[in-house]
Design a protein around this ligand. Structure first.
Ligand SMILES: [Zn+2]
Length: 291
């Protein structure tokens, strides 16, 4: 039996990324060219051609401005979930500000789509050892799952000590955290769940890494990318640091082709359905503890 992996898209504009946060002022966002609806349209078409469903973790800021896009994502059979309001990383907020960010983003998405959402992904995988209060807030607001942790050391993010696969972060609540995929080989742990690594490295690395996770560890991969990654024509931010520009612009032209191979080579589903399968796997351990 082949393992079904989780496919996800973090829905944000080309200018709402960590790489440009010191170069582009948030006050200027509304004056910049919006490309997210066109980019997402391309992604929705690619998924339809591949016959796959995915989860779209969407900024409330985007949902409030593009309700037709939100309805289109839902109508195509994909899951909608929250990516926060305006890409503030969780460790830059306090519990009250996080609660507002979460509630506002959820309302914008639910108002646009007319459906309830149950999933959350922190901007830049920013739930880590600094934010022990984040999971109680998610639980209070009724979220079923979070996919907000990168269990790896990285220059911008990462919670090295976190479990690599689905876990329950709270002792008295069924909320599930499903970390983004990493692979372990030759004594090293490597990011293997998408982002810049998927664009910059040859496709063969990702195919190998996901195969390892599926066959050796018998677990689903949790993969993500962004709509702006399929947009080689996006405006260039010349004032950004060279390192940021390399990270953001390398491999954009090859991205759609890589995604077609990825969707053909593995089985994919929405996050909520993969989470349900992971919960079924978690239950026996919990029952054994209770006995
Ligand atoms: Zn993001």
């Amino acid at each position: 039996m082949s393992i079904v992996n989780a496919l996800s898209v973090d829905v944000e504009e080309w200018f709402q990324v960590g790489a440009f946060e010191r170069t582009i002022d948030r006050a200027d966002w509304d004056a910049l060219a919006s490309r997210v609806a066109d980019n997402c349209g391309q992604v929705i078409d690619l998924f339809a051609a591949a016959g796959v469903r995915a989860t779209f973790f969407t900024l409330g800021w985007v949902a409030a401005r593009h309700p037709a896009l939100i309805r289109r994502i839902h109508a195509a059979g994909h899951e909608l979930a929250s990516h926060g309001w305006a890409h503030a990383r969780v460790f830059t907020l306090d519990p009250a500000a996080f609660a507002r960010d979460l509630a506002d983003s959820r309302k914008a998405i639910e108002d646009a789509a007319g459906v309830a959402i149950t999933g959350y992904r922190a901007p830049s995988f920013s739930i880590d050892q600094r934010t022990p209060w984040a999971y109680p807030v998610l639980a209070e607001q009724g979220f079923v799952y979070s996919s907000s942790v990168a269990p790896i050391a990285h220059d911008h993010y990462g919670w090295r000590e976190a479990p690599r696969f689905a876990f329950r972060p709270l002792p008295d609540h069924p909320l599930v955290e499903v970390p983004v995929t990493t692979v372990e080989a030759l004594g090293r742990r490597m990011a293997a769940g998408g982002g810049g690594f998927f664009r910059v490295l040859p496709y063969g690395f990702s195919r190998w890494a996901i195969s390892q996770v599926n066959t050796v560890e018998q677990r689903p991969a949790i993969f993500y990318f962004h709509p702006w990654e399929v947009d080689p024509e996006q405006p260039r931010v010349a004032a950004a640091p060279l390192r940021s520009r390399l990270r953001h612009y390398t491999g954009l032209g090859a991205m759609a082709g890589k995604l077609r191979r990825l969707t053909a080579d593995f089985a994919w589903e929405r996050m909520d359905r993969v989470v349900a399968a992971e919960v079924a796997r978690l239950e026996p351990a919990r029952l054994a503890l209770a006995a």
